[in-house]
Design a protein around this ligand. Sequence first.
Ligand SMILES: [Zn+2]
Ligand SMILES: [Zn+2]
Length: 308
Amino acid sequence: MSAVFSNATLCELIRENTYSKTLQNVYQLQPQLNVMEKYWAAWYTYMNNDVLATGLMFFLLHEVMYFTRSLPWFIIDQIPYFRKWKIQPTKIPSAKEQWHCLKSVVLSHFLVEAIPIWTFHPMCEKLGISVQVPFPSLTTMCLEIGLFFFLEDMWHYWAHRLFHYGVFYKYIHKQHHRYAAPFGLSAEYAHPAETMSLGFGTVGMPILYVMYTGKLHLFTLCVWITLRLFQAVDSHSGYDFPWSLNKFLPFWAGAEHHDLHHHYFIGNYASSFRWWDFCLDTEAGPEAKAAREERMKLKAESNAKKNE
Ligand SMILES: [Zn+2]
Ligand SMILES: [Zn+2]
């Protein structure tokens, strides 16, 4: 029996032996729900097993969103017209590199990420993450997702900075830096320990949030994870267009920010925003380095003058 409706007997009334028939019943008996809510309710009612319904949905969501978002970047890499917007234009990933990356990412999805995905629903139930229709209001969802972006970025900045120290880099993070010029698909090309710890920012922050507030909807989590996946793939795309988001939101990191991290190996540790690297003086690239050195020089000169 699913918990998708507050009234449990509704599930029995609506459930049919095919998904489309179940959906038809939802349309008839729950016309007040919006389209997305209808599809959601039909899925949980048809599956009749919330653990399986959530697990399968998250796994499919991850696979579909990750690969469909990576595909346009793969196509763009094949078209020379787009080279003028490539951040490192001479470094086009070879078919061999992309194939190696694809195999590794798929393997990691099945081995590393499949387990937490299958145990996710029991944890959601314990924490009070709701699957019920209707969904929360758009304003609530936007505010929560905005907060998750902020918290994930903060976690990512510090964890990623730590990954650039000695043994953490040598044994874990080095794998992700195999590609000095990243491409969309390489976003999740990483050591399992890195996937787990940086993934905490994406999944762990909403968990901390619901532990504190006691309220969160699973649909909000689905939207958040999709947007975070898009952000990760796009920041590895290697392309900075005049219409890229960072051109309209100057604090948005985008590909330009993360490409420099892969190119120079140091600096630009944050994922979504530029403020941590800006405020803590860890911006990457020759221009940021020159500005940093100039500031240090001026500081040393003024200290010397004070001591005269
Ligand atoms: Zn790194
Ligand atoms: Zn990266």
